[in-house]
Each structure stands twice: as structure tokens, then as C-alpha cells.
Design a protein around this ligand. Structure first.
Ligand SMILES: Cc1cc2nc3c(=O)[nH]c(=O)nc-3n(C[C@H](O)[C@H](O)[C@H](O)COP(=O)(O)OP(=O)(O)OC[C@H]3O[C@@H](n4cnc5c(N)ncnc54)[C@H](O)[C@@H]3O)c2cc1C
Length: 419
């Protein structure tokens, strides 16, 4: 006998059913409308807050599941409803993750509740890392944070781009270079409250996008943004120690010496944090792919050509078989990585990246096949599959492109510095 099981427990089943009902009753009916409007669906976020889905309590409960599976279940169901609206509901968790990974206990207690606001007055958060010339290569970021010792203030300057909830969020977590010469090791995170909107932090261009159009994506402009010393996540002492270690390491490297292992471990820890968040992103892609597969299966069983349902053609039925196989394989990779991440099992083969890579590419493939199965109808905006196809594409781009995921996996399995 073994206690191995992939069956969901009672809490997970209840969660899945509840979110599926919300996605069916609240998200799906308005998905096309918000895609066309290309605006943040505030009323839907409000409804999610009233239902108890958009709140710190909800996400804390989901995160607390020891198996790690409740988070991918949540993502899959919400994004099965609609990816643009789904991202509008969960985009705040990017900012929250930025605070949780770098903040002190006091900072976490002060800022995380503000990211969600209240049921009657919902707020959003954003995580601003990417820049026009620092996307995959975050180490080359140009935004600077300079410490003004006399006033105990940080002065931030730069432009962040493609930021989910950028400019409309109440809480922005901004990553900036404190010691640019140290690249990624010289960066730090700052939390920016709503009082700085229009006073150093402003929204730049809002992007019109191919997909996930209900999710707001903008530039965030930092123009002599003066933050109190307490805005530095983790505190000055910790930052000074980290920078000193990084300087020692850089000097040792310049002298051709062996790099200290403690500094190495620091870099790896940061990478491991990113890896752990990837299954949740993969689960969003699984939700889109499953939506398209289910829709195409129903359509193929009812659409008749040549006097019989099109599903009776092997060409269509085999496509559906491949779609279902890829959706299920993606979910298994996502659940494995989520379980490993939650239980601190090291990703020795880049399992977090694997889950996001495979689920993202599956979503693109499955939604494309769904359009094919719906024929002319699939190509029109009268049917949802073209929207799902547009939405799916972002999953090979953001949170690390497919190429970057392949780099991580190939480096992990080979031990070589693949370039
Ligand atoms: C809708 C949307 C929302 C986003 N939300 C956020 C957010 O909230 N916060 C945030 O900070 N960022 C966000 N981003 C930014 C996102 O993370 C970046 O777009 C992504 O990391 C890729 O960077 P890039 O666009 O500069 O592409 P580039 O890095 O310029 O890549 C271009 C191409 O080159 C490839 N490439 C680059 N380097 C290598 C290499 N070493 N080996 C092989 N191929 C390589 C890439 O895979 C890609 O195909 C968002 C982006 C979008 C579009």
C-alpha cells in the first residue's frame, strides 16, 4: 500500500467548485465586454472582494495549503473564466510577493493589507521590475535609488515598463539599482504608497495589447521620487551587508580568485524564489488551455458537415486527443512543481520553469487548434476561442520567456553555463 495520491482533499474540492461557480457566473458573462473595453474591470474585482476571493485572507489561506496545490487550483479556475479578468484579480499578488520576499515582519504587516484594501474600497498592487532595456536581462536595469543620508530618504529615478496595474495601483513595489556596477547583486526593492502618486511616481504610456486586454499594463515613471528610509524593503543594515559582500565578491573575481560560496548561495536563493512562483503562472495557462479544449470538444460534437458531427473525423478527434493530453500533462507538471516548491524540495532540473514553459506553450497550441476546430466561427469575435488564443500568447513571454525557461532547465540538467 502507498499513500501516494493525486486526489484533491475536501477543502481543495470545495475551493475548486466555489471558484468554478464564480468564474462561470461572474467572470465569463462579461469577459468579452472587458476585453473590448481594454480597461480594468473594477466591478468584477469588487464582486470578487465581496465574495471573499479578492482579499488577503483568501490568498493567505490558499498559500497555507501544505500540498501547494490550492494556489494552482485557484489560478486554473479563475483563468478558465477569463485571463484578462483573472490577472486583474490576482495581479496584486505580484506586488505582495515582492513585499513578502524582501520585507521585514513589520513592513509585511504594514503594507500587505494595503495592497488589497477592503471589501468596500478595493486597492491594487504592482511589481515594477522591467524596463525598456532590461526585460529578460533584469541585471542591466537603469533605474537608480540614491540614499540621501542627511534626510534619511531614498531618491528614485527611472522608467519602468509593461507593469501590470502600473500607475493605477495604490502600492507599487519598485526594484532599483543602488549599486549599478554590481548588477543584480546591487539592486533593492522599495515600497511606494499611494501618497506618492503624482508626487514622483506617475503612470506613463498605457499599452494597447494583443491579449489579456482587461488587465492594465503601463509604464511607471519615477521622477525624483523621494521616499522615506523605511520604504527600503528589508532595511538599510541588511542592504549594506549585502552590498559589502557583493563588493568583496566582485573584487575577488577581479583578482582572479575563487568566488565565495556565501555570495553564490545568495544569488541562487533569489533564483529559487522566482522558480517557486512559476507553477502558479503555469496554472493560469492551464486554465486558458482547458477552456479552449472544452469548448472545441463540445463544438466538434454538435457541428455537422457531410451529414455527421465533425468529431467523427479522425483529423478532428486526434487534435482533441492531443489537446486533452497536453492540458493534463501541463497540470501534472504544475502540481508537481507547486508541491515541490511548497515543501522546499530543490528544483534540481528546473521543474518550476518546466511547468511554466510547457503550460504556456500548451495554451498557445491548444487555443490555436480550438480555432481550427471551430473553422470560420473560431476566427470571429462572436466566439471566445480567438480571445483565448490572444490571451494565451503572453504565457510564452512574461514571467520569463520560453527561451529563458529553456536556459534555466538546460543549465540545471547539464551543469554547464549555456548561453
Ligand atoms: C502584458 C505584460 C505584463 C507584464 N507585467 C509585468 C509586471 O507586472 N512587472 C514587470 O516587472 N514586468 C512585467 N512584464 C515584462 C515581462 O516580464 C517582459 O516582457 C519579459 O521578461 C521579456 O522581456 P522583454 O519584453 O524585454 O523581451 P527581451 O528580453 O528583449 O527578449 C526578446 C526575445 O529575445 C529572447 N532572449 C532574450 N535573452 C535571451 C537569451 N539569453 N537566450 C535566448 N533568447 C533570449 C527572448 O526570449 C525573447 O524571445 C510584463 C510584460 C507584458 C507584455
Amino acid at each position: 500500500m502507498t499513500d501516494f495520491s493525486l486526489a484533491l482533499d475536501e477543502d481543495q474540492t470545495t475551493l475548486q467548485k466555489w471558484l468554478h461557480e464564480f468564474a462561470t457566473d461572474v467572470i465569463r458573462p462579461v469577459a468579452s465586454e472587458w476585453d473590448e473595453r481594454e480597461e480594468t474591470p473594477w466591478p468584477v474585482i469588487q464582486e470578487a472582494a465581496k465574495a471573499g476571493i479578492y482579499s488577503l485572507d483568501f490568498f493567505a489561506n490558499v498559500w497555507a495549503d501544505d500540498s501547494g496545490i490550492s494556489l494552482p487550483i485557484t489560478m486554473e479556475e479563475l483563468f478558465w473564466g477569463d485571463a484578462g479578468i483573472g490577472l486583474s484579480i490576482v495581479g496584486t499578488t505580484l506586488g505582495v510577493a515582492g513585499i513578502l520576499s524582501a520585507g521585514t515582519a513589520d513592513q509585511i504587516g504594514q503594507w500587505v493589507p494595503q495592497c488589497f484594501g477592503t471589501e468596500d474600497d478595493v486597492k491594487l498592487a504592482a511589481l515594477a521590475v522591467s524596463e525598456p532595456n532590461a526585460g529578460s536581462d533584469v541585471s542591466s536595469m537603469k533605474t537608480t535609488a540614491v540614499y540621501d543620508e542627511a534626510k534619511d530618504e531614498w531618491v528614485l529615478n527611472g522608467v519602468k515598463t509593461w507593469i501590470t496595474n502600473g500607475g493605477i495601483a495604490d502600492v507599487h513595489v519598485v526594484v532599483a539599482a543602488v549599486a549599478p556596477e554590481l548588477k543584480a547583486r546591487g539592486q533593492a526593492s522599495f515600497v511606494v504608497g499611494p501618497e506618492f502618486k503624482g508626487k514622483g511616481l506617475s503612470q506613463g504610456q498605457k499599452f494597447k495589447k494583443h491579449g489579456i486586454r482587461a488587465s492594465h499594463t503601463s509604464e511607471v515613471v519615477l521622477d525624483n521620487l523621494r521616499l522615506p528610509g523605511s520604504a527600503l524593503l528589508g532595511g538599510k543594515e541588511k542592504l549594506d551587508e549585502r552590498i559589502a559582500r557583493a563588493r568583496e565578491r566582485a573584487e575577488a573575481l577581479a583578482r582572479g580568485e575563487q568566488v565565495q560560496s556565501s555570495a553564490k548561495r545568495g544569488g541562487q536563493a533569489a533564483m529559487a524564489t522566482f522558480e517557486k512562483s512559476r507553477p502558479a503562472v503555469g496554472a493560469q495557462a492551464v486554465g486558458i488551455a482547458r477552456a479552449a479544449y472544452e469548448y472545441a470538444l463540445d463544438y466538434a460534437k454538435t457541428r455537422e458537415q457531410f451529414g455527421r458531427p465533425i468529431v467523427q473525423n479522425q483529423g478532428i478527434a486526434f487534435m482533441l486527443a492531443d489537446m486533452k493530453t497536453r492540458v493534463d500533462a501541463s497540470r501534472l507538471l504544475v502540481w508537481r512543481a507547486a508541491w515541490m516548491g511548497k515543501n522546499d524540495i530543490p528544483f534540481t532540473a528546473g521543474e518550476g520553469s518546466m511547468s511554466k514553459l510547457y503550460a504556456g506553450e500548451t495554451a498557445v497550441d491548444v487555443t490555436e487548434k480550438a480555432i481550427q476546430i471551430l473553422g470560420g466561427n473560431g476566427y470571429t469575435r462572436e466566439y471566445p476561442v480567438e480571445r483565448w488564443h490572444r490571451d494565451a500568447k503572453i504565457y510564452t513571454i512574461f514571467e520569463g520567456t520560453s527561451e529563458i525557461q529553456r536556459l534555466i532547465i538546460s543549465r540545471a540538467i547539464s551543469g554547464h553555463q549555456i548561453a
